[in-house]
Ligand binder design. Structure first.
Ligand code: PRX
Length: 654
């Protein structure tokens, strides 16, 4: 990796403190309280986490060492015995929460189901016994390839209950992607459904499983949940309907006491190069970190209905639909559907129907809603909302303000949460009752997280200068290794920045700056940084400038090789429906970027496009845009692309 300086150009001075009413009722009530917590955690991280582990979780047996740190390999709560499914379910059954709604589910066609803690526990235990009956043992890897139905969460918890690490593969992935992940994890069994509903159509999940299994020899059995009831192939001896096999199976299944460091799950994430990495998370540290972050960041109250719109196939679904909320005894809402032309306002319907109080979604969704206009949310009663969150990418101030005004009614704090599959839980975020927000900033590190912006020697860079986002001390939720490839773990995350003052440094792969208040501004992946005339520009900042123009709905900016300047900025732009492409508009947008950022960032080219190539999780695939901008063939893996026709249209338009 070459040494870079990253020029940061985004200027955003608006400050939104939480209201007194919000702060007074919050888990963490003031900046002073946050600062005290942060200082205490920094002074003695092990003591800080051990105290929380003691008060927040149930243990079958206490640990004897809080942290064993053999850089870059950490073990937390060594020799402790614990079970995350027990913490998510059983321990609530002896309290008044026994009959509280644990999981509220809304299907895309409008069907719905609610499980109390007692009911969810029963389902999970029975599911776990079926897995055992099929020969799944502690340590066996189980693949989960499911739509967003309750059984997805039930399957995860059932695996955790018997100590079988799960590897959830997002239902939008292709058969090839599924096959590779099952083979890498040597999965013994796959849990799937006949299909799932997405945008008024059936996703043929079982068909994909059948294709994948043609070349996945370790998988011996497939458990199939009936969701859509369309006709599917059932392979005799291998495939079992969940509703048949569960008949007469006991719902008594004690949770297996797991070692703190036993593997809880593998979740694959793509790097900029090479095959996907199997990110390994273990039991106790992940349980603690997802639990505490959920509690403080979402300011959970027992009366809240909490909704995270992510898919369980991503880390956000793992930590903030399933494990974090349930460990806290919360009511977590799960929605199968996605905004679609037959019902663009479906999210707002769900909020109104269930009186959702906390809503956590992605910037890409917010920008899509902005594009559709205010009338959809305005036509619903969203007054139950008290807290909003975002995750997954930097949010441009324009979208932040829209979210604040139109969805939050100017009364809800917004937690812009920075984290990664690798970190297990949120790392940089406002604590909503304590930290005033600035649109576009993830604000301050969570207590116990020693985040810094550094150069390639590991030295902190001066205020407002761009650098690399790095973490200086291990934390309980950190990934433990890349499955089957500890060397890759070391190389990818721990060798870019050398140990500094004796401390090993985790390199997150993101560029960031810190402002004079110590707020972090994440500028995106460093491999998304564009170098123009020796200056490095964060793509997000140019995109943000473009989106601040009334004609622009969404923008993605990439660098194109340029003989003189190193790279030239090429902007792919989706217009608001009331505007159409023209050379005049192109010139105006270029001028607008110059006005907002400076001549340096002036796009050499603007390409209008009806849509941008995105992954199913909504991340713009800049790698593809880079190839298009450079006039090269698009090569490499495109299996994660949501809509392949977007690429063809972009090519034709070139
Ligand atoms: O670049 C950062 C961006 O998403 C990356 C992590 O992606 P993934 O592992 O798929 O996890 C997504 C859900 C946690 C980060 O390296 N990212 C995530 N959240 C933010 C963000 N960038 C800026 N602001 C955020 N709030």
């Amino acid at each position: 990796m070459a040494e870079v300086t990253i020029d940061s150009t985004l200027q955003e001075d608006r400050l939104f403190p939480p209201s007194t009413e919000f702060s007074q009722q919050a888990q963490i009530k003031s900046l002073t309280e946050y600062e005290q917590l942060y200082a205490r955690a920094k002074a003695d991280p092990q003591k800080f986490w051990a105290e929380l582990a003691e008060t927040e979780l149930h243990w079958f047996q206490k640990w004897d060492t809080v942290l064993d740190w053999q850089p870059p390999f950490a073990q937390w709560f060594v020799n402790g015995k614990i079970n995350i499914a027990h913490n998510c379910l059983d321990r609530h059954l002896t309290t008044w929460r026994r009959n509280k709604a644990a999981l509220i589910w809304e299907g895309e066609p409008g069907d719905s189901r609610t499980f109390t803690y007692a009911q969810l526990h029963r389902e999970v235990c029975q599911f776990a016994n079926v897995l055992k009956q099929l020969g799944v043992q502690k340590g066996d890897v189980v693949g989960i390839y499911m739509p967003m139905i309750p059984e997805a969460a039930i399957a995860m918890l059932a695996c955790a209950r018997i100590g079988a690490p799960h590897t959830v593969v997002f239902g939008g992935f292709s058969a090839e992607a599924l096959r590779d992940r099952l083979n890498d994890g040597k999965a013994k069994l796959v849990i799937t459904a006949d299909g799932g509903w997405r945008k008024d159509a059936i996703v043929p999940l079982k068909e994909q499983v059948d294709k994948a299994l043609a070349d996945a020899p370790t998988v011996k059995d497939v458990l199939v949940v009936q969701r859509t009831a369309q006709k599917i192939h059932m392979e005799a001896g291998r495939d079992h309907w969940w509703h048949d096999i569960r008949q007469g199976v006991s719902a008594d299944c004690p949770a297996e006491p797991m070692d703190s460091e036993d593997m809880l799950f593998i979740l694959y994430t793509s790097g900029s190069t090479g095959k996907p990495k199997g990110v390994v998370h273990t039991t106790a540290g992940y349980n603690l970190y997802s639990h505490v972050t959920t509690k403080w960041i979402f300011d959970l109250k027992d009366t809240d209905v909490y909704w995270c719109t992510a898919d369980v196939g991503w880390i956000t679904g793992h930590s903030y639909i399933v494990y974090g909320p349930l460990s806290n005894g919360a009511t977590t809402l799960m929605y199968e559907g996605a905004p679609r032309s037959s019902n663009p306002g479906c999210f707002w319907d769900v909020i109104e129907k269930y009186g959702v109080n906390i809503f956590y979604t992605a910037p890409t969704a917010i920008r899509a809603f902005m594009r559709m206009g205010e009338h959809e949310p305005n036509a619903r009663n969203l007054s139950s909302l008290r807290l909003l969150g975002t995750v997954g990418e930097p949010i441009n101030p324009e979208a932040w303000m829209w979210y604040h005004r139109i969805i939050g009614g100017e009364r809800c704090p917004i937690v812009d949460t920075w984290w990664q599959t690798e970190t297990g839980g949120v790392m940089i975020t406002p604590l909503p009752g304590a930290i005033a927000t600035k649109p576009g900033s993830a604000t301050l590190p969570f207590p116990g997280i020693l985040a810094e912006v550094v150069d390639l020697e590991g030295n902190p860079v001066p205020e407002n200068e761009g650098g690399y986002l790095a973490i200086k001390h291990p934390w309980p939720g950190m990934m433990r290794t890349v499955y089957g490839d500890p060397d890759r773990f070391r190389r990818t995350y721990w060798e870019h920045i050398p140990p500094h003052e004796g401390q090993f440094t985790y390199f997150a792969g993101d560029g960031a700056r810190k402002d004079r208040d110590g707020y972090f501004w994440v500028m995106g992946r460093v491999d998304d940084v564009i170098s123009v005339a020796g200056h490095r520009l964060g793509t997000m900042e140019i995109e943000s400038a473009l989106v601040s123009h009334p004609a622009v709905a969404e923008a993605a900016v990439v660098g194109k090789p340029d003989e003189i300047k190193g790279e030239e900025v090429v902007a792919f732009v989706t217009l608001d429906t009331s505007f159409s492409p023209s050379p005049e508009l192109s010139a105006e947008l270029k001028k607008h970027v110059v006005q907002e950022i400076g001549a340096l960032a002036r796009p050499g080219e603007i390409r209008f496009s009806e849509a941008l190539p995105k992954t199913r999780s909504g991340k713009i695939m800049r790698r593809l845009l880079r190839s298009l901008a450079a006039g090269e063939e698009v090569t490499g893996d495109t299996s994660t692309l949501e809509d392949r026709s977007v690429l063809d249209k972009l090519r034709e338009g070139a």
